[in-house]
Design a binder for this molecule. Structure first.
Ligand SMILES: [Zn+2]
Length: 77
């Protein structure tokens, strides 16, 4: 049927369509937020440089350790 015009990976939904199911859903969500807002969301939330990634990982590990400690406290109290 041909590859999706957006991701260039999955098969298109049908012969007359240009996108796969996933990219069609992305297109529909983009219609709700607008393309400029979607691009802003992707750039500010999804794209991170190496330092931002390490900070995020450290934060998640710290949070995970805190939760584990809290769980232990609950068990022993
Ligand atoms: Zn696609």
């Amino acid at each position: 049927m041909g590859k999706c015009y957006f991701c260039d990976d999955a098969e298109r939904m049908n012969w007359t369509g240009y996108f796969c199911n996933t990219c069609d859903e992305i297109k529909n969500i983009t219609k709700v937020y607008g393309k400029e807002r979607m691009l802003d969301i992707l750039q500010t939330i999804c794209l991170r440089d190496q330092e931002q990634l390490e900070n995020k990982i450290k934060g998640l590990k710290k949070k995970s350790n805190t939760i584990s400690k809290d769980d232990q406290d609950v068990k022993y109290n």
